[in-house]
Design a protein around this ligand. Structure first.
Ligand SMILES: Nc1ncnc2c1ncn2[C@@H]1O[C@H](COP(=O)(O)OP(=O)(O)OP(=O)(O)O)[C@@H](O)[C@H]1O
Length: 264
């Protein structure tokens, strides 16, 4: 059995607009799965349901139908088997880096010396061992995201969920963090589901790309690039990279053109 099984998930939001009740069908019939150690990227046009899907996997949102099973357990709420990294790291401003990383371990009931040592180990893993004592306002955007990644990894999740984790960073910092994520994953074999608008990022990081369109899976592309993978700059000349990047771009362009025709 796969580590993560997403089966026929649907989600309808009830809305109230100008006093009138309505419904938004955000997801319908979404199914895909992940083996342990895989990285799957979810991409698609704005509003196609990527974040809703990730929030349902995390247990932050209830599906209207279907199921998510992680390591044999059906998801009904948040749990330590899943960790999440958001676009903005959402660190606690009054806690320094190591205390932020230790937070989840504290909630898990780990004693102080052990959790501080564990948190320090994960800060070292993301290359921030030297900044353990710094408060969030003393960290750059990229450093804050690394603390967020360390915090999510420290709880030892079966699957790490990442919602546009590098989307708010400048291009150079983003590329650095993509490479670091590849290195961390090569070391830990962490299973990851990543939502991204960035097609380069999707092909660079993922074993499979799930392309969503209007709440459904439009296509799944296998990325047959061997691991460990080199940096984005080195991959750009690779025919497999170019082929998958182009196919993704065409799929998304077709969707966007169809949306534009509908709106006209
Ligand atoms: N709480 C909510 N109430 C009502 N509608 C919602 C809610 N959350 C999301 N939606 C709607 O569900 C659909 C999917 O939203 P979602 O945020 O999952 O899309 P997305 O693909 O992540 O978009 P983006 O790329 O812009 O972040 C959209 O039509 C959105 O307006």
């Amino acid at each position: 059995m796969a580590l993560v099984e997403i089966q026929n998930v649907s989600k309808t939001f009830k809305t109230m607009m100008a006093g009138a009740r309505g419904e938004v069908h955000a997801l319908s019939g979404v199914s895909f799965s992940l083996e342990r150690g895989e990285i799957v990227a979810i991409t698609g046009a704005s509003g196609c349901g990527k974040t809703t899907m990730l929030r349902i996997i995390m247990g932050l949102e209830q599906a209207s139908g279907g199921s998510v099973v992680v390591n044999g357990r059906k998801v009904s709420a948040c749990g330590y088997d899943r960790g999440m990294v958001f676009q903005h790291s959402e660190l606690l401003p009054w806690r320094n880096a190591v205390q932020n990383v230790a937070f989840g371990l504290e909630l898990k009931g780990m004693d102080k010396p052990t959790r501080v040592a564990e948190a320090q180990r994960y800060l070292d893993l993301v290359g921030l061992g030297h900044a353990a004592e710094r408060l969030p306002h003393q960290l750059s955007g990229g450093m804050k995201q690394r603390v967020g990644i360390a915090r999510a990894l420290a709880i030892g999740p079966d699957v790490l969920l990442m919602d546009e984790p590098f989307g708010a960073l400048d291009a150079q910092t983003r590329e650095g963090l993509q490479n670091e994520l590849l290195a961390i994953q090569a070391k830990t074999q962490q299973t990851i589901i990543l939502v991204t608008h960035d097609l380069d990022e999707a092909v660079l990081l993922a074993d499979r790309v799930v392309v969503m369109s209007r709440g459904r899976v439009a296509e799944m592309l296998d990325v047959r690039l061997p691991r460990p993978r080199p940096s984005l700059a080195a991959l750009r000349g690779d025919p497999e990279f170019g082929d998958k990047r182009l196919r993704l771009w065409k799929l998304l362009k077709t969707e966007m053109d169809a949306d534009a025709r509908k709106a006209a």
